[in-house]
Design a protein around this ligand. Structure first.
Ligand code: GLA
Length: 722
């Protein structure tokens, strides 16, 4: 075995002891690997930074982690290795499975090389009998996120069918409660919890896209962990195709989280010499989900491509006009938009050839001359003359059978048999792994971006992939299609500097850090209902920083739920993200426009704080009240909302806490916006008073919220005094 000890010694953040233990530490996190564990390298600690450890104590920690032999068991109990495999006597979910035409199922990996530098390690494993080489890459990000990726190479002379490859993260023994998200269209990322007993909790997406029901985070922690407290570890798979995450506890005392791409039968067959790399699987931990989420936010914001300029207040035309496009109607909407302070005007579905409703046209990405006699120029010129940017909706992976594209190239449609897959929204999916199909779609998008000054694409994906294969009796294509989409996004970004892209998929069905590494925001949900959005935004925000979450003011009667809501509620709930409007503003009167303009002005004033601050959620608030906030990174200011989701048990409600500020600092607390002030409701006793409180007083004693009716909201601004 070769170890690069000189490199190890050169870096303060990587220490080896004797040299069988590797210690990576960064961002308040330590990862300790026992390189001599049997049957292979094993993570013996992932979590709190082990300050004060010495090579001797780290070695002690590794040795003390080794499992005893037990009656009725194997003569040596295998450690949970980086890539646990069945032939070593690992009876849990294997990290790697595959075969050579039904044979060659045994895998036992030996360590052949360990490289470590800075905050990374790369461990080469190989099985000379099975002719496989595996590389495990580990990287600790600046905020302490643990990234892991596996690469498998076929070193044999026959094809190797990769069946499953999962990256493994160990859990502490007391992580006995598991948490993840599920959902559906209009209700993405709803949380669920259960006890993690012996066995597995498995969540899969077989939808060919991330999925409205996908687990954005699979976490396990001490029973009762919340946002503010309770040790919790979680993983996210940065991938937009099929994937699987597993939380598992075994009778041998091991517990783990594992994740990776879900491979369809025969989807990855490695030719001799060929390799497959898994998506990056990203692990975070914290005392409470808020701390866990901050590691994701901090690291995502530190990327060079992170959108840094103030997020432009956006008006999206969808719920304002649907398919009813005309230059007159849309210029009037643009005029109304600019009058309330909108900065980006996005023309949604319905502008291209044959697209008068959602049954036809997808695939024909040229402007419909029947509606737009002079192309989109007159509208875009008008929008830009008003000082706004222009954005355009596209759905490049999709095709309606009723389109010129489908009539000319029926062979470009993903299908596994002669008949087409069941349709979704009357549409099918293009196989972008076909070079000609890819080139055609790429050329159409480049042509649009070359002809028009388009600052932003809303990139939609309105159906799940079903029977997604490369033609009748063909091979599965979800993996190849997903990579092609990534390539197309990267290519467009490179060719059109400054272009921003939103990931939308029937709202929030493609929200993951794979797509968000190459796009600028997500359309968080098609539901604009503020009460539904509270839950959705809270749990999408476990991984995604707020400035990447599209949040729009709704029209007073929410289209998706039929609920009537106030502007105050809608505004307060849309404040903690990338703010926008989805509403036909040509129908609102002058007074309402002024109120909307006030919300837009507040969102603009607060957006630097939203885009750099830390989102906090409050545990234990009484049912019927939601309290959340964003605290500035330097803790000099914060904004909180108190939303009455239903009538509260106490009347008036008890005090609500506002955590996350500097405990010792003194702050001024001011009510900024209050729903129902005009409705003659009882005044907030302290609203007009000069209130100063320390961060500790705000976090521990809290403030008495106003008496609010269900569906009313209050915005509080907190600023350091003096
Ligand atoms: C999806 C999106 C909507 C809208 C429509 C257009 O449903 O989520 O926001 O763009 O498609 O067809």
């Amino acid at each position: 075995m070769h170890r690069s000890d000189s490199q190890l010694d050169a870096e303060q953040t990587v220490t080896t002891s004797a040299p069988h233990v590797l210690h990576l530490t960064r961002g308040g996190t330590s990862v300790v690997l026992d390189l001599d564990a049997s049957p292979g390298p094993s993570i013996v600690h992932w979590g709190a930074a082990l300050t004060g450890s010495t090579p001797a104590t780290l070695r002690g920690t590794a040795i003390a982690a080794r499992a005893q032999r037990v009656s009725g068991g194997l003569d040596a109990t295998p450690a949970l290795s980086l890539v646990p495999v069945a032939a070593d006597g690992w009876f849990g979910t294997p990290g790697l499975e595959g075969h050579r035409d039904g044979n060659g199922v045994s895998i036992r990996l030996a360590t052949v090389d360990v490289q470590a530098a800075e905050h990374r390690a790369s461990i080469a494993l190989a099985d000379a009998e099975a002719d496989l080489a595996v590389r495990v890459e580990l990287r600790l990000g600046p905020s302490g996120l643990l990234h892991q990726r596996l690469t498998v190479r076929n070193t044999g002379t026959t094809p190797y069918t990769l069946q499953s490859l999962l990256t493994t993260f160990p859990l502490p023994a007391d992580a006995t409660e598991v948490f993840d998200t599920t959902g559906h269209h209009l209700r993405e990322r709803a949380p669920q919890r259960r006890q993690l007993g012996i066995g597995s909790h498995v969540r899969e997406s077989r939808r060919g896209r991330t999925g409205a029901d996908s687990a954005i985070l699979l976490a396990a922690g001490r029973p009762g962990f919340g946002f503010e407290r309770g040790r919790v570890h979680g993983i996210h798979v940065a991938w937009s195709g099929n994937h699987r995450v597993v939380a598992e506890r075994s009778v041998t005392g091991d517990a783990l989280l594992a994740g990776g791409e879900l491979l369809l039968p025969g989807e990855v067959v490695l030719a001799p010499g060929a390799a497959y790399s898994s998506p990056w699987v990203i692990g975070s931990w914290g005392d409470g989900l808020t701390a866990l989420s901050h590691r994701f936010h901090d690291e995502w914001r530190a990327r060079p491509q992170h959108p840094r300029r103030p997020r432009p207040v956006t008006l999206n035309t969808w719920e304002a006009v649907y398919f009813d496009h005309s230059l007159e109607r849309l210029t009037a909407l643009a005029d109304a938009a600019v009058s309330v302070g909108v900065e980006r005007f996005v023309l949604d579905d319905g502008w291209f050839e044959g697209r008068r409703d959602d049954t036809a046209g997808l695939g024909d990405w040229t402007v419909d001359r029947e509606v737009w006699a002079h192309g989109l120029h007159p509208l875009i010129d008008h929008v830009r003359a008003l000082g706004m940017e222009f954005g355009l909706w596209v759905e490049p992976e999709m095709v309606n059978p009723d389109s010129e594209l489908a009539r000319r190239h029926p062979d470009w449609i993903l299908r596994g048999r002669m008949s087409l897959p069941p349709s979704g929204r009357q549409q099918q999916v293009l196989d972008l792994s076909i070079p000609d199909a890819y080139a055609h779609i790429a050329a159409r998008l480049h042509a649009l971006l070359d002809e028009y000054p388009i600052a932003y694409l809303k990139w939609d994906h309105n159906r799940d992939l079903v029977d997604a294969a490369g033609g009748p009796a063909g091979a599965a294509r979800v993996h190849a299609h997903t990579l092609a989409v990534y390539r197309l996004l990267d290519e467009l970004k490179a060719a059109h500097p400054g272009l921003e892209i939103e990931s939308c998929a029937s709202g929030g069905a493609r929200v993951d850090l794979g797509i968000l590494d190459r796009t600028d925001r997500v359309w968080t949900s098609d539901s604009l209902d503020p009460l539904e959005r509270l839950e959705n935004q809270k749990h999408t925000g476990l991984v995604v920083p707020p400035e990447m979450l599209g949040m729009h003011l709704t029209s007073p009667v929410v289209h998706s739920s039929g609920r009537t809501v106030s502007l105050g509620l809608s505004g307060a709930v849309a404040l903690f993200g990338h703010f926008g409007i989805e509403w036909d503003l040509t129908t609102v009167d002058e007074r309402k426009r002024e109120e909307i303009a006030e919300w837009v002005a507040l969102a603009k004033r607060l957006r630097p704080l939203i885009a750099s601050g830390r989102v906090v959620h409050v545990d234990g608030t009484e049912p019927g009240i939601d309290v959340r906030g964003v605290v500035a990174a330097d803790t000099a200011s914060a904004v909180f909302t108190v939303v009455q989701t239903a009538s509260s048990a106490a009347y008036p409600a008890g005090r609500v806490r506002m955590p996350g500020l500097d405990p010792a600092r003194v702050y001024r607390v001011q009510v900024r916006m209050r729903d129902g002030e005009d409705a003659g409701q009882s005044p907030l006793e302290w609203a007009g008073a000069e209130i100063v409180m320390t961060g500790l007083e705000l976090a521990e004693a809290g403030v008495r919220p106003p008496v609010q009716r269900p569906q009313q909201a209050m915005v509080l601004e907190i600023t350091a005094a003096g």
